[in-house]
Design a protein around this ligand. Sequence first.
Ligand code: GDP
Ligand code: MG
Length: 426
Amino acid sequence: MNMGNCAVVGINWGDEGKGRMVDLLTENYDYVVRYQGGGNAGHTVINDKGRFALHLLPSGVFRPGTVNVLGSGVALDPENLFAEIDDLNARGVSITPDNLKISKRASLLMPWHRELDALEEARLGDRKYGSTKQGIAPFYSDKYAKKTVLAGELFYSDALETHLRELMNWKNLVLSGVYGAAPCSFEMLLEWKTRFCDRLKPYLCDTEELLMNAQAQGRPILFEAQLGALRDLDFGIFPYTTSSNTLAAYAPIGSGCPGVKIDEVVGVIKAYSTCVGEGPFVSEMFGDDAALLRQAGAEYGAKTGRPRRVGAFDVVATRYGVRMQQATQAALTKLDVLSCMDAIPVCVRYTVDGQTTDRFPFPAALERAKPVLEHFPGWREDISAARAWDDLPAQAQAYVTFIEKEIGCPIRYISVGAQRGSIIIR
Ligand code: GDP
Ligand code: MG
């Protein structure tokens, strides 16, 4: 099955099962690229090698021969990256400069980014963003302010020391002047560079050239996104978004092949809704129903262990996500989880200030949106062994067909379990 260049992206608030889908689809790809976001991701993959939660590494690392790439758009946190690499190597998944290539143009996430993230969340108190405190927002702010170090600067050590010292002096003004925190010392910074950053060197390359050459040889690329459309910085539920672009449209830039054409966009959609952290969540469920669903779906963050907020499938938000991603096909995941419910709620429209709408509201109006729910009959049987459309009970087929019609995108994959093979391909 050759799909050409393919982006696997989230349609909702993240945690849709992208890692699971990338792990499945990488069978057909020699190149898998993460193009945005950082080590705050939790992409769960369960395969013959075990159960893994990947944070920054692309989910192609389990396939021998696959080249995994971290593009210039990622938040490159060397300390966490090597913790992840060491962990995988210890578990028999080999990560070497042969199967991991990192863009020289990726910016380094500095030790102070994590600290500033925590300081700002603490300052906000009740009004916090719900950050994973991995330093992502301060990192991207600094990148856009041109106050980061590019990984490739590690090859220019004299200039790098000067650059680091300048950035540190500036950042210490913020740390102590704004937050009253302890300043960073240059010794500490050099130790961080020696322990973690210098280890990056064998992995660094011009990913632009690597990927453009791959394209010239007719070898397709799989682009792996973090989070989902509703967390996109420009088009999501601002300010409860992440600080990068989660959309497929950003993949060519964040990977290092700006002119590449993406042939297919696989939009990963969860069969119900979940949302980690703060922000408006129109179809949220509470009480016993929520507890049942959270339990059945094991909805606890892969990175943080936080219980995820759960809700009914949201047609309005999902249709918007499909459109923003320009998904050409959808993967509906965790359908098996809905076996726990007698009646399955679906949010089909919103009302905002008494007006009914099927359009996803502007962020400032989203807090006031209320869900209009319809209920679908449940099937109440274990569907995790289904491998073909006809194996699904009629109620489950009706549910999938309804969603497909409402979101305007063919559902090509239906996932009924976390394992690689627990999939129905239509
Ligand atoms: P990602 O961040 O989009 O990669 O998704 P996560 O890995 O954070 O969350 C998805 C969770 O659901 C993981 O624990 C997966 O192992 C699990 N999962 C994925 N697909 C299915 C499925 O079809 N059924 C069930 N029961 N679990 C699934
Ligand atoms: Mg996740």
